[in-house]
Design a protein around this ligand. Sequence first.
Ligand SMILES: [Zn+2]
Length: 388
Amino acid sequence: MTPQLPTPQEMLANLVAFDTTSRDSNLPLIEFVQSYLADFGVSSELVPNTQGDKTSLFATVGPAGTGGIGLSGHTDVVPVDGQNWSTDPFTLSEKNGRLYGRGSADMKGFIACVLAAIPDLVRRDLRIPIHLLFSYDEEIGCIGVRPMIAQLGSRFPRPSIVIVGEPTSMNVVDAHKSINAFVTGVTGHEAHSSATHIGVNAIEIASELIAELGRIGDDMRKRTGGHRFNPPYTTVNVGTIEGGTALNIIPKRCSFKWEFRGLPGIDEKEIGNRIRSFADQALIPKMHAVSDATGIDIRQITHVPAFFSRDGSEAVSLILKLAEKNETHTVSYGTEAGLFEKDGCPTVICGPGDIEHAHKPDEFVSISDLDACMRFLSRLADHAESGL
Ligand SMILES: [Zn+2]
């Protein structure tokens, strides 16, 4: 029996129907992909998480051995909680040339195109292998791809080029900032609100730390080193804060989450060191003067490395040619690209859809973007077939 040849749109409808919100399992989607690939004689290998409820997938079309071109995509999506959608987010809906659904742009559209290209890839006599690298838990800090990257060069071949298909409207992206997220917990000393002389107010201490982060952010703004980025400097932001129990109690606890997004090439330790030494020098002595049980805990919870292709990267010039573009771009969101690049895989980001529409209600990818991605993959297949 000849397997059915799906269009990218039909494939995307299949993928969107699997609710792969990062907190949930992606196994049903991966099983679907595995059996689809198997229909075309492509075997795939899994890299499950320790709980066994999520997995990455690695597969190769073409000759075995090292090198080749990796097509990388994350299978998880951000939640739809609290978002006001006009259509069911897990049913792909077409309207005016746009395909609406959670993950349509970020980034099941790319995965759908890659899967729809499989029948063409397997019928060709590829000299350069094409690898599929599908991950999970990207949306919560590029977690899932790391164990798979750790096995490149041993269990799996290490691709000579990786294309991360995050939404770039099919532009070629060769750089993004790093993401560094922290949680800071302040332990103060509880007392009646009238007895400020014997208490340590955790909210006040947190406020001093936050004011210092503001000053650090101002300093970063003066160091504009990355003119290709918008904005062209490292940014610092405090995202959430909680603390205190009642108006008439000096609060014992306050914690806040903050992040910085660093330009490629900066000293990534600087900001953490600066806030820690401010805590140690300006705050801890006065806190300990009241109670030794007080303290400040600054803990990094996420690090997604910055991404920048090496100058004159062959990967960039090849992908520019295949994408029929003349110039590279930067993006302001983090991706798995920095992790691949760090592991020695020259990487670019290029995929259908616009990041402007990702993570929002009524997320969509345009049919024309999917078509452009299919043409790109077909030129990529020509290249892999020629072996040049
Ligand atoms: Zn994404």
